[in-house]
Design a protein around this ligand. Sequence first.
Ligand SMILES: [Zn+2]
Length: 113
Amino acid sequence: MCLNGLETVLHLLRDCHASNEALFLAGMPRALVHSHAKSTVAWLEETTTLLFVNSLVLILIVLWNLWNQRNAWGTSHAVGYIKVNAGVAYDSDCNTTAIEVITRDECGSVLGG
Ligand SMILES: [Zn+2]
């Protein structure tokens, strides 16, 4: 979490400065790193259609590690407490809102969601 933008999945995987540098170093063309795709799915579809399989595998490994680092960040907390993470998304095209809540114990194990 860099605090330089809304922590969306697209920010985490593509738009965050650290993420787009990692993707560029892994061989992703700058045009894809700075794509104008407006959703994670659209960007991943664009990526999968424009990269060769060997390049795509490396990019997917980088994305997986970015996701794991994000999920590992801040998971430890005091014994006896439960950590609650909540996320909200709004789709203006469909005028719908989604809320996700997940609870973890002090080891980071998911208790429910
Ligand atoms: Zn960021």
